[in-house]
Write a protein of this length. Structure first.
Length: 70
């Protein structure tokens, strides 16, 4: 995955678990951490991403059925 493909995913408002897996497998991403919960998005899990060039982004992943109860 190149930088532009990665940014296409990161720029989405909410991503899928499949896209999160693609991000974690990307060589450009050095770290994926659990982010603090966002009260405005209770149905999503927040992740902080650190890229190899030092940029930091965050993404929201829609929780599955069982994740809504956590």
């Amino acid at each position: 995955m190149n930088y532009h493909e990665l940014m296409k995913i990161i720029d989405k408002e909410v991503i899928s678990t499949k896209e999160l897996r693609q991000i974690t497998d990307c060589e450009l991403v050095t770290e994926v951490l659990d982010g603090k919960p966002d009260p405005r998005r209770p149905k999503c899990k927040k992740y902080d991403l650190k890229l190899e060039n030092g940029e930091i982004y965050y993404v929201y992943v829609k929780k599955g059925l069982f994740g809504l109860f956590n």
